[in-house]
Design a protein around this ligand. Structure first.
Ligand code: EZ4
Ligand code: CO
Length: 402
């Protein structure tokens, strides 16, 4: 089966998505997500200028060889732009292989390890009481796990707060909007938030929280310790993970489980944290960590050290990424949980998909391949809009981590 065509489709149904579509001489095509939030055009150029010319005429069935060709062959390895492009090719080729075999992707990986994929939703509010109410709405929808974020008094534009419609899209302006950050205010506030959530909703629901890279190691240790009575499923990105040794310090002080990895793009980013058992969940996404081909190697490495998978699944990853992730999750023996921010109706219409939500779990469905398509006519009606992620500053103007 030969690759006869490949093109990049950029569409903005409220937020930008980059999708690679690969066509073959047998009439079978596949799609893969290539979205890098706020830096979309860099991946478009990487694919169009450097990758697509290499794909034409290749054997579409040789997924591993295509991965190695693009990774080793580029000479310049790793990095979010390169790896998002490789991921898109990888997933599109897995999609083609599944369609050619008449099998859903999870069957190609080794079959289902479970009946469904446990997901967590995003509850947030401008105040503690609003956040508590938002958790209640997720419980009513059947969710068994919920991430909770709240506005913090004295902090303008705290991370993770939606605008009232259950969807949170931080990339909101052509140039980065400015938010304000205060670690002392946050550290005093966070235990009060989770105390109230547990008082109202009890302990039958799993709760998660994202510190979004904002703390120093000793601050993260304090946060983890102060949240222990509220039994978090995980505390995410407590401190930036370039310095992986830092997690040793956090570990010495708290038994709150830790999750890291949404900005990782290589198994090498994960290795030290996993083999030193400094984290409990590895959060790489299909689209940013080299597709199914590399993600299953990460899962294999993690399994050796009892670290479980918790794939990133924010709405800046398209339904094509979500579909691929759900097949992976249904198979992965060391699966933990999958993030599931619901896409808007406009996005769901653009990407018709087989996955369904039921009783707190998603199932990828049994359509061949990844079970997600793109409506190209609809895509043409949603042209690209420049949007970047916000930045964060301290009160005195110092740049901080958003
Ligand atoms: O801020 O995906 O866990 N989820 C997150 C996300 C990230 C966005 C950045 O593009 O941290 O909301
Ligand atoms: Co996160």
């Amino acid at each position: 089966m030969t690759i006869t065509g490949a093109r990049v489709i950029v569409a903005c149904p409220g937020r930008n998505f980059v999708t690679l579509k690969i066509e073959t001489d047998q009439g079978i095509y596949g799609i893969g997500d290539a979205t890098l939030n706020g830096r979309e055009k860099a991946v478009v150029a990487y694919l169009e200028e450097h990758v697509i010319p290499c794909l034409l005429g290749r054997d579409a069935t040789r997924i591993e060889d295509a991965w190695q060709f693009l990774y080793r062959g580029a000479y310049w390895r790793r990095g979010p732009v390169t790896m998002a492009a490789i991921s898109a090719v990888d997933v599109a080729l897995w999609d083609i292989k599944g369609k050619a075999a008449g099998l859903p992707l999870y069957q190609l990986l080794g079959g289902a390890s479970r009946s469904g994929v446990l997901v967590y939703g995003h509850a947030s509010g401008a105040s503690i009481e609003q956040a508590v109410d938002a958790v209640g709405r997720y419980v009513a929808m059947g969710y068994k796990a919920v991430r909770v974020q709240s506005g913090i008094p004295g902090v303008r534009g705290a991370y993770g707060i939606d605008r009232g419609d259950l969807s949170y899209e931080p990339a909101d302006a052509a140039l980065p909007s400015e938010t304000l950050w205060s670690t002392p205010a946050y550290l005093d506030f966070a235990p009060k938030l989770f105390q109230r959530v547990r008082e109202v909703h009890g302990f039958d629901i799993e709760l998660l929280h994202d510190a979004h890279h904002r703390l120093t190691p000793i601050e993260a240790a304090r946060l983890g310790k102060s949240l222990e009575p509220f039994r978090l499923f995980w505390l995410e990105d407590p401190t930036p993970a370039e310095n992986q040794e830092a997690f040793r310090l956090i570990r010495q002080h708290t038994v709150t489980p830790l999750a890291v990895g949404e900005v990782f793009n290589s198994i090498h980013d994960c290795r030290e944290l996993i083999q030193n058992q400094l984290i409990d969940y590895i959060r790489c996404s299909v689209v940013h960590a080299g597709g199914i081909t590399q993600l299953r190697q990460i899962a294999g490495l993690a399994a050796l050290f009892q670290v479980r998978m918790g794939c990133h699944g924010a709405t800046d990853l398209s339904p094509a990424c979500m579909g691929a992730a759900l097949h992976f999750d249904l198979w992965a023996p060391n699966f933990g949980i999958q993030e599931y921010m619901r896409h808007t109706q406009a996005t769901d219409e653009l990407f018709p998909h087989a996955y369904v939500f039921k009783d707190g779990c998603l199932h990828p469905g049994d359509a061949p391949g990844i079970g997600v398509d793109i409506d190209e006519k609809l895509a043409a009606k949603h042209p690209y809009q420049a949007k970047q992620l916000p930045i964060a500053r301290l009160a005195d103007g110092t740049m901080w981590n958003w």
